[in-house]
Write a protein that binds this ligand. Structure first.
Ligand code: TRP
Length: 450
């Protein structure tokens, strides 16, 4: 990185929270959480998910935050600067950059679906369609060739337009306005869902756990979801926190981010499952779940098309604040390490995602039979990033912060140079050194053995 360049920082503390929350909140909460919970037995999954957020999620957000802010540079350089350069810690950065580009690719496909649904809602398509019609509509649309690909590319191009402008103008301004708006809308939908007949079944499905359902694969899914939803284990948060100012309280910010993110996921669950049981649909529908249930809800509401259009628009915005955080990871690497201009680095990152995004978009149609390890490209990218690459990186991030980094630097980052007392400091260090790596490893081992 060039020494003379002054790095961008987020301009306010609210901006920091809003941008990080903007990264965390997205399709992971509203699309992925309900479908994973639906497939993995509901409440048991949610319980495991919340436990993982507390014992792995929050400590790992802190680890990424402190690595980022202590280093003030991109992921790759951060590990070189803070660790012993002879060791290969910076290889983690490559793993993170590969993961973030993989996520960007399949995530953009789903974000493209939200754009299609937004347009269809405006055209009033859902108001006229029956439930089986909605399911058919989804299958027909996603198994096509041109439309899913075009939407994926349009979505990625929108990312390009925002990202090339740099941090403040693009990312920060947008997250500040849209995330709170989405929250309000979700609460309104949640109330609506809870008033549907038979809604209580859905609430029970989400909150009354059947402990026998806690199988190894449910645990792995829940852990993967915690990583995915909190944007962990690829270095996104290292990149973002490298833009944090000195007075940001890291542990407090991490807790706020984790709490808000979980609140969004639970809200989404409280919208989807009551409606699903009320309409007599199946929870284990996979990635299409939300796209079938939500339009059904909207078609029953007064002014449903307007609600639907507004919802899918906000979901699109929530997705874009997440994808720009994924892309920023590789962009800052290409720009600062490979000495490209920001414009070129952005073009390269988005270009790679466009190629793989196209393959993912075709995974529901022309490439549905192209299976690698029994999975389509889309499923493979989704599964391996959340359930393998991110947790593996997570183990090393936490070991790096807990064991490798200079203790004084860690303490100073967490307490802003000792300017306040942090009662959880000890517990946090213990989590970083032992609990988080051991828990992640245990879930892996558990899955291999059983
Ligand atoms: N957390 C985001 C969501 O829930 C997705 C996301 C953004 C992400 N940045 C990431 C996931 C980095 C993994 C890694 O939608």
């Amino acid at each position: 990185m060039k020494k003379t360049e002054k790095r961008d920082t987020f301009s306010s503390k609210l901006g920091v929270i809003a941008a990080t929350v903007g990264s965390a909140i997205g399709l992971g909460n509203i699309w992925r959480f309900p479908y994973e919970a639906g497939e993995h037995g509901g409440a048991a999954f949610m319980l495991a998910y919340i436990i993982f957020v507390v014992i792995i999620g929050v400590p790992l957000i802190c680890s990424e935050f402190l690595i980022g802010r202590a280093s003030q540079c991109n992921v790759h350089h951060a590990f070189k600067k803070l660790g012993d350069a002879r060791h290969k810690w910076h290889w983690l950065a490559y793993l993170g950059i590969i993961s973030s580009l993989m996520i960007l690719s399949f995530y953009s496909v789903v974000a493209g679906w939200t754009m299609e649904y937004c347009v269809q809602a405006v055209c009033g398509t859902f108001a006229k369609t029956t439930q089986s019609g909605l399911s058919e509509y989804f299958n027909e649309f996603t198994s096509g060739t041109a439309r899913p690909v075009v939407w994926t590319l349009v979505f990625l191009f929108a990312n390009y337009l925002i990202l090339r402008k740099g941090l403040k103008n693009g990312i920060e301004r947008m997250s500040n306005i849209m995330t709170p708006l989405l929250f309000v809308l979700l609460i309104a939908f949640c109330i609506n869902s809870l008033c549907l007949p038979n809604a209580l079944e859905g609430v029970k499905f989400l909150f009354v756990p059947d402990f026998s359902a806690l199988t190894p694969s449910v645990l792995l899914g829940a852990m993967g979801q915690a990583f995915f939803s909190l944007s962990l284990g690829v270095g996104t948060l290292i990149t973002y926190s490298s833009y944090f100012k000195k007075d940001v309280k890291l542990v407090k910010s991490a807790s706020i981010v984790a709490t808000l993110d979980t609140a969004f996921a639970i809200l989404a669950g409280l919208i989807i499952f009551p409606a699903l049981f009320s309409f007599g649909m199946q929870p284990a529908a996979g990635p299409k779940l939300v796209f079938e249930v939500l339009p059904s809800i909207f078609s029953q509401m007064a002014g449903g098309s307007i609600w639907a259009a507004l919802f899918f628009f906000l979901l699109f915005i929530a997705s874009i604040t997440s994808t720009i955080s994924m892309a920023e990871n590789s962009i800052s690497y290409f720009a600062e390490e490979a000495h490209m201009s920001r414009e070129k680095a952005t073009m390269l990152s988005i270009g790679i995602a466009m190629v793989f995004g196209t393959l993912c978009a075709l995974s529901f149609g022309p490439l549905a039979d192209m299976k690698i390890f029994g999975k389509t490209v889309f499923d493979l990218f989704d599964y391996t990033t959340a359930n393998l690459l991110m947790p593996v990186c997570g183990i090393f991030f936490s070991i790096f912060a807990g064991w490798i980094m200079d203790k004084k630097v860690v303490r100073n980052q967490l307490t802003n140079d000792g300017s306040f007392r942090l009662p959880v400091l000890r517990a946090l260090i213990v989590c970083l050194r032992y609990v988080a790596p051991a828990a992640i490893l245990a879930v892996f081992v558990f899955n291999l053995i059983f």
